[in-house]
Each structure stands twice: as C-alpha cells, then as structure tokens.
Design a protein around this ligand. Structure first.
Ligand code: HT7
Ligand code: ZN
Length: 876
C-alpha cells in the first residue's frame, strides 16, 4: 500500500451525525443493520461522492432515504463502498452487512473470545463491522440495539447508557438498546455479548452524579476483579482532583476478555480489557501485575477526557491522546505509590523500549509524518516519549502554567477532533510562552544527547557548565535542529547539601531548571566556594542521553548524598554501566575483568541505609539488563560477552555483600498476610533481588532460601520470583519446581502464561529446543495473543543469549513463527517481528544471520501490510 502522509490531510467530504445500529448476534452469521444520518461537510469538497471504508464485509442491502439503491448507483471494492452521485443534502443511508465473528482471528472488528462476542475498533476495526467513514474526525451520536440468544449471551452491553431491554416474544432471543449522547469517532464504538459474571459498585462524582460501575468477567472469576474496581474508583476521584475531569455518563462498564491484541481499549463507557489487566488475587498475580492493573485501569479511564471527549483529528495525532494519557496515568500511580520509585521504573522502561526504538531502523517522531500501517505506530515512542514531552512541558511551564494550559485545552476543544498544534497553542496562550521550537519534540526522532563538562574555578569561586546538544540522524532525518531541553540540576556541596544556584547575572534558574535550546551553552554559577558535584538531569526531566565528566568518585558521592532520589539511583546505574561495558570488552578479548569495588561500596551503602525505602534499594541493587548494556555499547555487540560480564558483576555483588543481602532477606520478611500495597510490594522486591544475587553468587544459602520461599509462598510474587531464581541458578531443582507449579496452576490461563514465560527465558543452550517443544504443549495456542507473547515474545525479547544464538537458530525460529502467524493475526505477528529491530548493533556473524531471517520474511509472498511494513523498515 501507498504511504499515508500527514501533509495530505483533508477534512471529510461527508459527515455522519447519527448512527443507529441494529445488531443480531450469531456465532457465524451476525447481521448488522446500520442507519447513518449523513450530510455534506461544508469544509469538504462540493459534490463529492460518499466513500465508505470496509474490510472483509459481505454487503446484503443498501438503501438511500428508504429506497433500495440500484446497482449502478454505487460501487464496492474489498476496501470501500462508494455512492457515486449522492444528492448533496442531508440523507439517510441504510446498510446491511453480514459477518462471521467466529472466523475473525485478527481480533479486530467483531470477534469471539472464549465464546463472548466483543469488539475492537481502534484503529480501523469499525470498517470490519459496517461500511463507514472510518476516520477519527467523523464524530456521531450512536444508538445500538443488540439482539442475541438469551442462553448464549445473557449480558448485552454497549456504549453510553442502557435505554431499553426486553425479550422477543415467542423466541429464545432478547435485546438491549444503548444510547451514547456524546458524539464520538467510530474507533470508540464497542459492544459485548456473553455469559459473564458481574462485580458492581457505584461512584458519586464531585458534582453529585451517581455512576453505576460494573466489571464483567468470565464466570467464576468475579472474586479476582476487586482490585481493578478499587483502582477504578481511585482513578475517578484522582482525575477530578488533579485535572478537574468528571465522569459524564450514568454507567461505566469494564469487560475482561482472554483474547486481546493489546492491553485494553477505552471505548466510551465500555472499556474492554485483556483479562491479564483486570484479574488479580494474591495467589495468581504478582506485585507487578497489581501495579499494571492499577495503571492500565487508570489509563483507559483517563482517556474519557483525553481521547474521548477530545479526540484526534487523524491517526498522525495519536500521541495527542496516548502520550498525554500515559503522562496522566504515570502521575496517578506516582501519587498512589512511591513517586521516586515510580519514576525509576518508568525511566527504566523508557530506556529499554523507547531509547532502543529511537536508535534503530524503526525510529520515528512522536508524531510521525507518514505511515503505511497505523497498527505499527502504537509504539514506545508515541506512548512513552509522548508522555515525556508532556512532562517536559510541565517542567518548563511550572505546575500552575501546565494546569492552566490543560484547563484551556478542555475548555477550547471539548467535543472536537484536535491536533498537536491545537494542544500546544493552549499552553502557549495560557502562559504566554512561544512553543514553536519546543514543537520539534513531536517532529524530530532520535534521542538527543547532552555532553556536559563541569569545572570549578576556586580562584573565582565559580562553577562553569559547558553544555552541548546534538540529535543523531534517524531514518529520513539526516540533519536535526536544536531542541528545547529542560536541564534540571543541582550543585551538591561537600557535605551533601544543595548549594544555591546563582548565575553570573545574579538570577536563579526557576525550579532549578536551565533551558538548553542552542547547540552550545556555557552556564556560570557564582559564589561557589567549594567544589560541588553537579547532579544533572534530575528526575530524568528530559528524555536524553547524558555524557558528563563526572568521575567514579563523584558518582559514588551522588549515590550517597544527592537529595534527588532519581539521581542517587542513576549514579549507581551509571557506575554499573561503565563497569559492564569495560567488563564486556575484557570478556571478548580474554582479559581479566576489572574490580567493581566502588560500585559494590555504593550498593552496600544503600543496603545499609535504614532511611531508604526498600523498594528504592531494590532498584539500586538491580543491575542494568543485558539489553541496556547492549544499547549502551551500540555496535558490534556479542550477547554472550554481555551476559558473562553481567553475571560476573552480579556474582561479585552477591559474594561481597552476602551478609547484608542475607540480612535484608530476613529483615524484610512479610509481617502478615499478603497485601499488594506499594510498601509491602517494595519489601518483596528487595528480598527477591537479594535472593537472586545470593543464588547467582552461590552465597548466603541463596538456593536453599529460594527453595524455602517457593514452598512456603502465600503469594504469586514470591512464588514466581523464587521459581525464576531456581530455574536460573539451581538446574538440579528446576524440573521438580516447574512440575509443581504446572500442577498447581494448570487450569489458570494467566498463571500458565507465567509458566511458559519462565521457561523461555532460561539463559541456556537447551532453551530454544524447549520453547519449540512447548509450542506443541496442549495448552499452547497461536490463537491467544497472551500465550504467544508469554512463550515466544519473552524468548525473543527476554532471553538475549538464546534468541541471539550464534548459529542464528533463534532468528529462524522467530521468522517461522511470524510467517505462521501472519495469516491469522498480522498485528501480533508484526509486533513479534519487532524483536529483530536492533539487528544492526550485533557483531558481524549474528548480524548476517538476523539479516538473512529478515530477508527470508521480506521475500515471502502475500505478507500482511503489518509485517511487510515492519520488515521493510527494519531492512532499510
Ligand atoms: N487506545 C488503545 C489502543 C488499542 C489498540 C490499537 C490497535 C489495535 C488494538 C488495540 N487495542 C487497544 C489502548 C490504549 O492505549 O489505551
Ligand atoms: Zn491509551
């Protein structure tokens, strides 16, 4: 297909004001009758035909203002229905289509998940239900009548409020009618029909509106929806308090389904979720699962204002709703939990996924200028970097300026389909700030680099910071302009206190934030009597790569004294990365590995500091991942050498700190029954991190302790972490504990996913064979995306040595899987293929094998647009 370009945007020629749907659910022959109230768009082309999108539809009938249309009045292609010469006035179009939801394996449009009828319309799934102008700038009011066998689908749900329901006399069928008063684009349409259990609650909004809340799950699973409901109510209250956003319908429903391509979907008043992000009990969900549920429930709920009430003009503006809503969910979780730890976790993810994407062939701007397949742009760049851009706006404008800009955005654009320009104009107008250069964050891809040199001048009692910025070339963007980068910093004095920041002209940077907007700056601070250590990019205020002249001693100092917790953590990570890069080189050249004494001392100091939050210490003790190290090395990467260096460091830490690690493991044992709160989860993170280091080092009875923890565990966090530790460091015990785990949870799909995932991540030569064998396990299915991601996705992204086997067998396996999956679920296939995006950083031998696997895919006939787009860009 031809690329779609942002510059070619044209308003729609025809608008749809009302959509009345009458849907007769049937497993293989669902009938959709759509009545569209349409009119010519004054902003469109005069006399234009009506062109509607369609995909895999069977057209049964078509009528205009009640009259069946003659065959020569319209034309149908596999992707469109065109009324060639419609009257240029308001009109009603009636379209009848026929679908087979059971055959819909793409999980887009109307499909069945474990027998439940459900829909997924973002981005372009509504055209798989009926012919429609499937673009987000066509907003309509929907009324949906759903009819089904009562036995098969006693629960019938739609967008908005339920206005009618009843039986069909003399039949076994029943119906419900839902009306959504808020105009919306068709990607927010949803319906559900099935045999589901319900957990109910209510919420009274700030202005006293009573909202009925429902979470619908597979029969027998209602007891596991309590945490999601609690998270929902907390989200609703938080959005009122933090952003003044109140819910606007009488009902808010969530439905959990087992087969879902992504995490969840924010359909108006009827969110549909991957059940992984709804269902939780102490025995089946880890602390991370609980945190994800809280974050995703909040994210989808927050879309009600940022995405639904104000939507996107076109799909290039995806970050308008996604980046902003990720920022909002991150802030929510930071308020519910530890803010510093939440920031550390978010930055780890940002670096792992977005920095990697930005450094490879799939790099694209936060707002892309062109795409071939929009499904491939639900990326870490659009979501996570998009959120960082919003965070920078807040840093630059201050809390009050940011809130004023948001208030103006809600006021000015409610009910509209907006653009990034509209969004930025609200902040510019609310604060009187020129944001023209800042807007480059949306247009230029690549992670900016800051090179910073600091020098203290004792004679002049001044401190100078020389700052240079550059943005690396990325696909289609060889040359870049300088960005606006908020540089949050402090100068930490010898006794650990922040020195006053006074620039040479006597002013102080507001909030300790310097604005870097030119290729080079020199900032001189005066009245600096003693040599400070600069704490740079505090809180990771800007998503940049930083190189500075800080010494190892400076980093150790910051790790102990910086009042910014993020930078205390980051100082240890920087020390660790420096060591790991050197150690990787030493492994490759057969030299002795360096001594990580300073790093171990810094980690030991954190472990010994009773004032620190255990969750924070757990993060400090978590050394950078193999992928982090590979990304920092950036070229000619040998994943085996990276693994060896990292394992050596972990062994050194486990050996040197055996006593305090074992002490912390004992000290932070749970005082009572399991609770998913952040403080309790933090204690478990720390204990399990200690355990894993001890087991790696063969010290402090790590393996015996892990076995004890596995057997006694009353919760999934401890059970899974100890299982992983045993699988990695106690091969003798592996078979027994894996079998035990399987027997305990064989009937629980979400937990079985964890069992598949753990095995695929064992860093041993036998793992690929094991993964292949597991694809033949009776519980494995290519039809369930969670299962595919658990086994094959975790192998490709969570097992660097085995996926990147020197013989290329890991790449071949992935290529076979992608090709095997492409026909049934192209979206999932394309996502899996993303695991090969960093192939160019590999050493020559592996690089050649990865390229061969990509070329084999590229040379296969009949690829989906999804896979074809990823493979083409990966090889470009
Ligand atoms: N807005 C939702 C995106 C989504 C999606 C996109 C393409 C294909 C399937 C999908 N399911 C959900 C989710 C979100 O970001 O909130
Ligand atoms: Zn979203």
């Amino acid at each position: 297909p031809k690329p779609i370009r942002l510059v070619d945007y044209r308003p729609p020629d025809w608008l749809v004001d009302t959509v009345d749907l009458d849907i007769g659910l049937h497993p293989t022959a669902t009938v959709i009758r759509a009545r569209l109230g349409m009119r010519p768009n004054p902003a469109g082309r005069e006399g234009a035909p009506i062109v509607l999108d369609g995909d895999e539809l069977v057209l049964k009938s078509l009528a205009l203002d009640g009259e069946t249309l003659a065959g020569n009045a319209y034309s149908v292609t596999p992707s469109s229905l065109t009324l060639l010469a419609p009257p240029q006035r308001a009109l009603t179009l009636e379209i009848e289509t026929l679908l087979d939801p059971s055959a819909n394996t793409k999980l887009m449009g109307l499909y069945r998940s474990s027998g439940t009828y459900c829909t997924q319309c973002e981005a372009e799934g509504f055209r798989r239900i009926t012919y429609f102008p499937d673009r987000p700038d066509v907003l309509a009011v929907y009324t949906t009548r759903i009819e089904a066998e009562r036995e098969e689908a006693p629960v019938l749900l739609g967008n908005g409020n339920k206005v009618e329901e009843g039986e069909l006399p003399g039949t076994t069928r029943h119906f419900a009618v839902w009306h959504d008063p808020w105009p919306k684009p068709c990607y927010l349409f949803a319906l559900v029909g099935g045999r589901l259990d319900r957990v109910g609650d209510r919420f009274v909004t700030a202005t006293g509106r009573d909202v009925e809340l429902g979470i619908y799950v597979e029969p027998g699973k209602a007891a596991r929806a309590g945490y999601a409901m609690d998270a929902l109510k907390r989200s609703m209250r938080w959005d009122e308090e933090a952003f003044g956003c109140e819910y606007d319908l009488d009902v808010f429903n969530i439905v959990a389904v087992a087969d879902f391509n992504m995490g969840a979907m924010e359909n108006k008043g009827l969110n549909i979720f991957n059940d992984k992000y709804v269902l939780a009990s102490p025995e089946t969900a880890t602390d991370n699962d609980y945190a994800s549920i809280e974050g995703i429930i909040a994210h989808e709920y927050f879309h009600n204002w940022t995405g639904n009430r104000i939507t996107c003009r076109d799909w290039f503006q995806l970050c308008l709703k996604e980046g902003l809503t990720v920022f909002r969910d991150q802030e929510f979780s930071a308020d519910q939990r530890s803010r510093p730890v939440k920031r550390i976790i978010d930055v780890r993810l940002l670096k792992a996924y977005q920095f990697t994407e930005d450094a490879g062939p799939l790099a694209h701007p936060v707002r892309p200028a062109t795409y071939r397949e929009i499904n491939n742009f639900y990326t870490a760049t659009v979501y996570e970097k998009g959120a960082e851009v919003v965070r920078m706006l807040k840093t630059l404008l201050g809390s009050e300026g940011f809130r004023n800009g948001m208030d103006l955005y809600f006021e000015r654009h409610d009910g509209q389909a907006a653009t990034i320009e509209d969004f930025l104009a609200c902040f510019a107008d609310a604060t009187g700030t020129d944001l023209a250069q800042f807007a480059l964050w949306y247009a230029q891809s690549g992670t900016p680099q800051l090179a910073i040199t600091g020098e203290w001048n004792p004679a002049e009692r001044s401190y100078r910071l020389d700052v240079e910025q550059s943005v690396p070339p990325t696909p289609g963007q060889p040359d870049k302009q300088p960005m606006v980068i908020p540089l949050a910093l402090g100068l930490v004095g010898p006794s650990g206190e922040d020195l006053p920041l006074t620039l040479a002209d006597g002013t102080s940077p507001a909030g300790g934030v310097l604005t870097v907007d030119a290729p080079r700056h020199s900032f001189v601070f005066r009245d600096v009597a003693e040599r400070p250590v600069p704490s740079l990019n505090r809180g990771f205020a800007a998503p940049v790569r930083l190189a500075s002249n800080l010494s190892s001693d400076d980093l150790v100092f910051l790790a102990r004294h910086d009042r910014d917790p993020f930078n205390r953590f980051e100082a240890v990570q920087t020390l660790a990365l420096g060591y790991l890069i050197e150690a990787t080189q030493a492994v490759r050249s057969g030299r002795n590995l360096p001594e990580p004494a300073a790093l171990i001392a810094a980690m030991g100091a954190s472990l010994a500091d009773p004032a620190l939050d255990p969750a924070f210490v757990g993060q400090v003790l978590t050394v950078p991942s193999e992928s982090d190290i590979a990304r920092e090395i950036g070229r000619d990467v040998d994943p085996d050498a990276v693994y060896a260096a990292r394992a050596t460091l972990r062994r050194a830490v486990g050996t040197a700190l055996a006593e305090p690690l074992a002490g912390a493991f004992e000290r932070f044992a749970a005082p009572g029954p399991y609770s998913p709160d952040a403080a309790s989860a933090g204690r478990r993170t720390l204990r399990n991190t200690c355990l894993s280091l001890l087991a790696e080092a063969g010290a402090g009875e790590g393996v015996a302790r892990a076995l004890g923890l596995y057997r006694a565990a009353d919760n999934m966090t401890d059970r899974l972490q100890s299982l992983m530790t045993l699988c990695h460091h106690a091969p003798g015990q592996r078979a027994e504990v894996l079998a035990d785990f399987y027997e305990r949870f064989r009937d629980d799909p979400l937990v079985l996913d964890k069992w598949f995932g753990i095995q695929s991540q064992i860093p041993e030569p036998g793992t690929l064979d094991r993964v292949r064998e597991l694809t033949g396990h009776p519980a494995f299915s290519l039809r369930n995306p969670n299962r595919v991601r658990a086994l094959i996705g975790s192998f490709a992204t969570g097992n660097p040595t085995q996926f990147n086997r020197a013989d290329g067998a890991g790449y071949d396996f992935l290529a076979d899987t992608v090709l095997g999956l492409d026909g049934s679920n192209p979206q999932l296939a394309a996502r899996l293929l993303g695991a090969l995006k960093s192939w160019r950083v590999l050493e020559e031998g592996r690089r050649g094998k990865a390229e061969a696997a990509l070329r084999r895919i590229a040379g296969t006939a009949g690829l989906s647009p999804d896979v074809s787009d990823i493979v083409t860009r990966s090889l470009a």
